[in-house]
Ligand binder design. Structure first.
Ligand code: VGL
Ligand code: ZN
Length: 197
């Protein structure tokens, strides 16, 4: 059984948003068209409380530096996807009606969660693995935002958990911070993730 996992197609990751990804909105028609081809469809939503510890503003710092968190280095982001704000809403044209499950992540104040499977400590589960396994899913295809952070971390975890994992690169867009896209692509390939156009 195949699942489509759509990562964080939210207003703040689209042009005009708090953490805008270049061309982020361009993935929407492509993802809507893909949905019909999958029996299991999951959308994830980055869902931070105000003042989240991944926000540069929380530390009185400029965005895109890093801090050492108890779980390791953490990139500091502009405020984004704050619970209940318009920036946290899905892009208005995304076909959210087609979703079987909407999974929220990043809601714990002290820990970020790039991956749809585990938070950034790499051990706290989101519950998605259990959902997919109990629905009989063995293969996952990922799409969405951003290629080099939440999509890549989700793909690497999916592969590690034993799901046959594919990323629809044409239905993703990257932040590309200091070569992070190339690095993420290399790590995904090395982990056996299939990168397709
Ligand atoms: C993301 C940075 C911070 C993502 C989420 O969806 O890729 N990136 N929060
Ligand atoms: Zn976030």
């Amino acid at each position: 059984m195949d699942a489509l996992i759509v990562i964080d197609v939210q207003n703040d990751f689209c042009p005009g948003g708090g953490l805008a990804v270049t061309g982020g909105d361009a993935v929407v028609p492509r993802i809507n068209a893909m949905m019909a081809g999958f029996p299991v469809r999951v959308l994830t939503q980055d869902w931070h409380p105000a003042g989240h510890s991944s926000f540069a503003s929380h530390h009185g710092r400029a965005p895109y530096g890093t801090v050492d968190m108890p779980y390791g280095p953490q990139v500091l982001w502009p405020d984004h996807c704050v619970q209940g704000t318009a920036g946290a809403d899905f892009h208005p044209d995304l076909n959210t009606d087609a979703a079987d499950l909407i999974l929220r992540k990043g809601f714990r104040p002290a820990i970020d969660s790039y991956s749809a499977f585990f938070e950034n400590d790499r051990t706290t589960p989101t519950g998605l693995e259990g959902y997919l396994r109990t629905r009989g899913v063995t293969r996952v295809t990922l799409a969405g935002l951003a290629t080099d952070f939440c999509v890549a971390f989700s793909a690497l975890d999916a592969a590690r958990l034993g799901f046959a994992t594919r990323v629809a690169m044409g239905a993703c867009r990257a932040i590309d911070l200091n070569g992070s896209l190339e690095e993420a692509a290399g790590r995904m390939r090395a982990a056996g993730v299939e990168l397709e156009d």
